[in-house]
Design a binder for this molecule. Sequence first.
Ligand code: GDP
Length: 197
Amino acid sequence: LFAGEADFIWAANSLKNLPPMTKVEIAFAGRSNVGKSSLVNALTGRNTLARTSHTPGRTQQLNFFNIGDRLHLVDMPGYGYAAVDKQKVHAWTQLIHDYLRGRASLARVYVLIDARHGIKPVDEGVLETLGTAAVSYQIVLTKADELKKGELEKRIATTMEQISKRAAAYPEVLPTSSRTGLGIPELRAGIARLLSE
Ligand code: GDP
């Protein structure tokens, strides 16, 4: 799946210009600086892909990539960078609400959480939004290389406990690192399974 072509195909900043639902979609969401670009690059084996999403003007858009002509990967705008960012959080929330509503092709959202920090209130808000829209999602811990083994195990356990009452959450929390490659094969396998369902 990830061995073939991977190309940027579409950018959308409102409900009116979403691409047609021709493929299964998976989306990646997370706070700014969580390591989303690095993870998308590690996943697809392309260094240029998610750089596109950091291009000024594209950071507040939904960026669509075509993966091997079988899947659309959606890079969602990062949220909650600073306390002054309330306006952006609002714009982001509006955009994902719009996107999620009636997006039948969306199979799963991967919500990225920095393994060092765990789920923050701003993330809770996003999980709430996803739950309300009944979109299934999985928590992916990023930068797992920054923690000692015991700390990481504790982080995984507390995160699983935090999401245990959220019906839309996939019960498994996946630790990853773009630096070491930890969790990347598991993430790819999970995505491939979604396609075969
Ligand atoms: P984005 O804003 O969510 O797209 O985050 P980036 O992918 O641009 O990464 C933000 C920062 O985190 C950069 O300084 C990266 O070098 C760093 N980073 C990304 N992934 C990892 C990782 O797996 N481990 C560590 N230690 N740092 C990472």
